[in-house]
Design a protein around this ligand. Structure first.
Ligand SMILES: [Zn+2]
Length: 292
């Protein structure tokens, strides 16, 4: 089973951090339309995890995705890493996001992905807050080391039922492959740009479970110039030293020129389903259980 998901926030990030430029919104509109067209051609449905603020400022974006038959999931309200929120703040953020998205898309929002996969060992209580807010399916677990977020100690490589402090939630962890004995993601983000398409396709065809995850910014060059220290710190929430900025710039531009085409080609070649569709295909009575 191969799942495809997109994290959608670019319009809001542009508004909040980068100057509210009309041409950027049009650029994102064009990329989104291309993605929706590719999915339509294969008659496939995806899950689009949208930030709640998008429903507030750019409702037409969320509406367009929903009207074309895709699942709307939640990617927080303001795209703030969950690791920097306390329980009360996360409650408010999640509530606002779901209210805003449901209002616009007319679907019940039941899927969630934390910004930067920011649910880990130190804030697993976040899952309780998600359940309180009606979330049933989560895909925030990144079971390998990464720059931000990551849940290295997570024990299931397949969809699993998480039990924690009296709650249950169905988890769709990001899938990994072994490179020199180390677990590394391959099916989305910068990792997807790094691995050859033939490798990704082969890995997906051989696996019982894979999940792809993309931001538009993972496959399209969004920053035309070297990002300023101030902007870097506001956005990435870490010191904007010259080295950090160079590192991130190299990482986010590696393979970027051909990445969008590569992603579209993956969608053409592999049969994907949305998170909601996958949930129905799984026999949950036989799924792994993870007690956190
Ligand atoms: Zn995101």
């Amino acid at each position: 089973m191969n799942i495809i998901s997109f994290d959608i926030e670019e319009w809001y990030i542009e508004k909040k951090y980068f100057g509210d430029r009309k041409e950027k919104y049009q650029e994102y509109d064009r990329y989104l339309k291309s993605i929706l067209d590719v999915l339509d051609r294969k008659n496939m449905k995806a899950t689009f995890m949208c930030v709640g603020e998008l429903g507030h400022w750019f409702p037409e974006v969320v509406k367009e995705i929903a009207e074309r038959g895709h699942e709307i999931g939640c990617h927080s309200n303001e795209h703030i890493w969950l690791t920097s929120l306390n329980r009360g703040q996360l409650r408010q953020d999640t509530h606002n996001a779901i209210a805003s998205l449901e209002d616009v898309c007319g679907q019940k929002v039941k899927s969630y992905r934390a910004p930067a996969f920011s649910i880990g060992d130190n804030n697993k209580w976040a899952l309780e807050v998600l359940v309180e807010n009606g979330i049933e399916l989560d895909s925030s677990v990144f079971p390998a080391a990464r720059d931000f977020g990551g849940f290295v100690s997570f024990t299931s490589e397949e969809p699993a039922i998480i039990r924690y402090n009296g709650i249950e939630i169905k988890e769709f962890p990001i899938c990994t492959t072994k490179v020199f004995g180390r677990s590394i993601a391959y099916s989305g983000g910068g990792y997807f740009r790094f691995f050859p398409l033939s490798f990704v396709k082969k890995r997906m065809n051989e696996s019982d479970y894979a999940i792809s995850y993309f931001h538009i910014g993972d496959v399209v060059r969004l920053f035309d110039t070297f990002i300023s220290k101030e902007l870097y710190e506001a956005y990435f929430k870490e010191k904007g030293t010259f080295t950090n900025r160079i590192k991130r710039s190299v990482k986010s531009n590696l393979g970027i020129n051909t990445a969008f085409e590569k992603m579209c080609s993956l969608i053409e070649k592999i049969d994907f389903v949305s998170l909601g569709e996958a949930e129905k295909m799984i026999d949950w009575s036989r799924a792994n259980t993870v007690n956190l």
